[in-house]
Design a protein around this ligand. Structure first.
Ligand code: NAI
Ligand code: MN
Ligand code: ZN
Length: 337
């Protein structure tokens, strides 16, 4: 079989590898579709601190089970599945409090272990989530990015009355907009980015007001309208954003951080405690595949609004380069296998 391997930073090779045999408790997935994410590009370029090389990248993938290991019901053969990339031990402290996404022995497919940019992938059977027939292949491959939004919103229980402010209209900002509008029916969702084309995408995903803070002052615009956000989500992830969010937030607001910057953020405690703000962080997803499958079944979100390109896997280098270089036109890029 062919697998897309990052042999070392900046060296991507489509290798011929032996077909994997699923171990006990695992299934083998014949991959049909996969999605390119920022972290794939970071591993390719050597910017992901968790990655070990060589690595088959890809943690957003969909396919059909074509073999099962010992102890797995053969009734699973032929099932259409999307794979949850988060592999956890199930018994450490973090797992016991419902956070398998930060398990003490966390393994993420495509990061710590070979992932889904491959014709076949062996994965734990419980990570291969069955997709109802009503959900198309293209929607099924988009479940993982939406689980990030399910995890973010799960921390803060948005309400219709919230005034939400989202920093960043990349894929992560857009999935969050769709969750806030489509699932939680938040009346006012404001999105800020520096790229007009991305802000247009945010509008198509349901944003009520978009602001380009490359040429306008976000604090001044909010002040002028007397708006104090009650829910702020940082899906742009520059270290300077946290202090701005603290300043703009309404008393009792919630702020969710998604970034992995190693640069310090300078913040003033008084701004947090004086308004009794709650600051959350969100990483990957904690068992959110069933949540997003439910959203899709009910038609509450529309992944098509994020998909801008599709390539055959043989052209993966072109696909990743386009994804990296063209933030104006490019959002989610799919690979077909
Ligand atoms: P992206 O790079 O496509 O989007 C980020 C957007 O933020 C861009 O459109 C950019 O123009 C905008 N931006 C940058 N600085 C800004 C600022 N100061 N104000 C307003 N907009 C600004 O990235 P993507 O894929 O949407 O991911 C966003 C962030 O989320 C990344 O930092 C990524 O590492 C992180 N991430 C976190 C996850 C988690 O589970 N915590 C999962 C996936 C991504
Ligand atoms: Mn992803
Ligand atoms: Zn664990």
């Amino acid at each position: 079989m062919k697998s897309i391997v990052i042999q070392q930073p900046n060296t991507l090779v489509i290798e011929d590898r032996p077909l994997p045999t699923p171990a006990a408790g695992e299934v083998r997935v014949k991959v049909k579709l996969a999605g390119i994410c920022g972290s794939d590009s970071h591993i390719y370029r050597g910017h992901n601190p968790f990655a070990k090389y060589p690595r088959v990248i890809g943690h957003e993938f969909f396919g059909v089970i074509d073999a099962v290991g010992d102890g797995v019901d053969t009734a699973r053969l032929g099932q259409r599945v999307s794979v949850d990339p988060v592999i956890s031990c199930g018994h450490c402290y973090q797992c016991s409090v419902g956070k398998p996404n930060v398990c003490a022995s966390l393994v993420v497919l495509g990061v710590h272990r070979d992932g889904g940019f491959s014709e076949y992938a062996a994965v734990p059977a419980k990570n291969a989530k069955v997709i109802p027939d009503s959900i198309s292949d293209k929607h099924a491959v988009m479940i993982e990015p939406f689980t990030i939004a399910a995890n973010v919103t799960g921390h803060v229980s948005p309400t219709e009355q919230d005034v939400a402010l989202i920093y960043g209209a990349g894929p992560m900002g857009l999935v969050t907009v769709q969750a806030l509008k489509g699932v939680y029916k938040v009346k006012q969702v404001i999105v800020v980015d520096r790229i007009d084309e991305r802000l247009e995408m945010a509008q198509r995903s349901g944003a009520d007001w978009v602001i380009n803070n490359g040429n306008q002052s976000l604090p001044a615009l909010l002040e002028e309208k007397g708006i104090k956000p009650t829910l702020i989500i940082d899906a742009a992830c520059h270290p300077s954003i946290l202090q701005e969010a603290i300043t703009l937030a309404a008393p009792a607001a919630r702020i969710v951080l998604m970034g992995f910057s190693s640069e310090p953020s300078q913040i003033v405690q008084q701004g947090i405690t004086g308004k009794e703000l709650s600051i959350f962080s969100s990483r990957l997803n904690a068992n959110k595949f069933p949540v997003v499958i439910d959203w899709l079944t009910k038609g509450l979100i529309d992944p098509d609004k994020l998909i801008t390109h599709s390539f055959e896997y043989q052209h993966v280098k072109d696909a990743i380069e386009l994804f990296e270089k063209d933030q104006r036109q490019c959002c989610k890029v799919l690979l077909t296998f």
